[in-house]
Ligand binder design. Structure first.
Ligand code: ZN
Length: 142
């Protein structure tokens, strides 16, 4: 079950510069900074209401974000929806013939488990499903 939008990921090539920009745009006072090894990215996120904006910069050329920026330039990279029962949702999509990038969740920022749906199955939009790790573990151990 989809609960709501958790965050919007924006691909940026220079994290420092973009942080300065968004400080001006939204008067951001504090960023949450984190490196996400599974995606080879460093993020700087901040809250806008109930939604986070995640500025996402590659930490090396092999990062999916580096490839995205090479191909399409900076900009909106993905929309992340928080779900209940992440694995069940992935299994449901797979059985409905939806192409998944991650059939099993991987570790994301903010102690979330995340999985991407392939844009070719979603009108070229990269959709992420995410769930708090502790909820996922609880659910899958019941
Ligand atoms: Zn994300």
């Amino acid at each position: 079950m989809v609960k709501g939008i958790n965050h919007i990921g924006i691909a940026v090539s220079n994290l420092e510069q973009s942080m300065n920009l968004f400080k001006t745009l939204f008067k951001v006072e504090e960023f949450h900074i984190e490196t996400v090894e599974s995606q080879k990215v460093k993020i700087a996120s901040f809250d806008v209401g109930n939604v986070k904006i995640e500025l996402t910069a590659p930490v090396d050329d092999e990062s999916p974000i580096a490839k995205f920026i090479q191909k399409r330039g900076e900009g909106i990279h993905h929309i992340a929806f928080e779900v209940e029962g992440l694995q069940q949702e992935l299994d449901r999509l797979k059985s409905d013939g939806i192409a998944l990038i991650n059939e099993k969740p991987v570790e994301g920022a903010h102690n979330m488990l995340i999985a991407f749906i392939h844009p070719k199955s979603a009108n070229s939009v990269l959709i992420e499903f995410c769930q708090k790790s502790e909820d996922y573990v609880k659910q899958n151990n019941e």
